[in-house]
Design a binder for this molecule. Structure first.
Ligand SMILES: Cc1cc2nc3c(=O)[nH]c(=O)nc-3n(C[C@H](O)[C@H](O)[C@H](O)COP(=O)(O)OP(=O)(O)OC[C@H]3O[C@@H](n4cnc5c(N)ncnc54)[C@H](O)[C@@H]3O)c2cc1C
Length: 339
């Protein structure tokens, strides 16, 4: 086990995909759960409020972090069990999500292929319940295990106890702020059942007579590469806002003024409206203001054109939020964690 080294005043520029340059007062890299106990025993997690980060692909830093940043690098993918129709895999929470998605597709384990190329770590995928192209991490998560950094207690949660929702889980609740997810178990199917329900994905694969899991993974990657900015080239954190969920009354009211408005009925109740459509209607698509802009092919993504700081990106996002509210009386909620 590598010793967790507590460093001071560390730049977080390499640790956030928005490319914002702020510093962490204290910083440590976690390679194994044992590192967390070492940090706890040294008093580090009690003394400084810990902030757990993976790849920083869903965080906007608006200033320096006064406290301890724990950078997760817990690696490893392990086969736990293989039955007639499924496999159970356990991953370290620091495993890069797309490495896991690629591993599953390569072994023909079904369920993660639609989530290909989403940046970040497996741990954050559980926190966020990442989703794309008609699939969500919650569909394949069996259980989540972690350590409470205050008590040192190790706890595991079965899927049904994780309260997964749209970009939501138990781990987003304030009581879990100091809960460091260390590993996740996934259940993947061995049956070649593909989910091509998402129209764009169906279209991208329709020329293939019998698409297999690798075709789907490649199609997803192709669509994403065309539609989304590469954080390695242009700072961003994916969708800045969640798609708003409105009541039936509200949807009907909006449809009177905007008969072309797309919407999607949710299984329980409520109607999801694409935030990108609202933002575009307000004239923000591809719009630039100083060092910030919306991405020309996906206005839900805010990009850092170079030297933007977190406060400028936040102000830009608030201007979008304000125009959407003024036009539709719908408040867009950030998907990105703003710190
Ligand atoms: C280009 C681009 C495209 C994207 N596309 C999608 C998409 O299609 N679908 C989607 O859902 N998201 C998407 N995202 C958002 C992002 O990829 C996900 O939210 C991802 O899960 C974040 O992973 P991360 O490791 O970078 O987490 P971070 O940004 O480092 O952290 C996110 C949150 O998780 C917490 N956290 C991280 N690791 C742990 C842990 N081990 N234990 C406890 N808490 C932890 C952090 O404290 C923070 O609250 C996209 C982002 C980008 C930049």
């Amino acid at each position: 086990m590598e010793k967790p080294l507590l460093r001071r005043n560390v730049s977080l520029l390499p640790y956030n995909t928005f490319g914002v340059d702020v510093t962490a007062e204290y910083f440590a890299t976690v390679h194994a759960p044992g590192d967390l106990y070492a940090l706890k025993d040294a008093g580090a997690t009690a003394e400084h409020a810990p902030l757990i980060i993976g790849k920083g692909s869903n965080i906007l830093f608006t200033g320096n972090v006064h406290g301890l940043v724990l950078h997760n690098r817990i690696e490893g993918i392990r086969l736990i069990e293989k039955t007639g129709d499924a496999v159970i895999l356990e991953t370290g929470s620091g495993v890069e999500w797309d490495r896991f998605a690629g591993y599953c597709a390569g072994h023909r384990y079904y369920g993660a292929e639609n989530l290909s190329l989403i940046p970040g770590t497996a741990g954050a995928a559980a926190v966020q319940n990442i989703g794309a192209y008609g699939a969500e991490a919650a569909d394949i998560i069996l259980s989540v295990t972690g350590v409470d950094l205050h008590t040192g207690e190790k706890r595991s949660f079965a899927n049904r106890d994780c309260r997964f929702g749209y970009r939501y889980s138990l781990f987003k609740m304030p009581a879990f702020r100091s809960f460091f997810i260390t590993s996740i178990r996934f259940r993947l199917s061995l049956h070649p059942r593909l989910n091509l329900s998402y129209p764009q994905l169906a279209e991208e694969t329709e020329h293939i007579p019998h698409p297999d899991i690798l075709d789907v993974r490649e199609a997803v990657m192709r669509i994403r590469r065309i539609k989304l900015p590469d954080p390695g080239q242009t700072g961003n954190a994916g969708s800045f806002f969640k798609n708003p969920v409105v009541s039936k009354e509200k949807r009907d009211k909006l449809l009177v003024d905007y008969p072309d408005m797309p919407w999607h009925a949710l299984p329980g109740e409520g109607f999801k409206i694409p935030a990108a459509w609202m933002i575009e209607k307000c004239g923000w698509k591809g719009k630039q203001s100083g060092p910030c802009a919306t991405w020309s092919r996906q206005p839900l993504v805010i990009v850092n054109l170079g030297q933007a700081n977190g406060k400028e990106i936040l102000a830009f996002s608030r201007a979008i939020q304000k125009s959407v509210y003024e036009r539709f009386a719908v408040l867009l909620e950030p998907e990105v964690l703003i710190l």
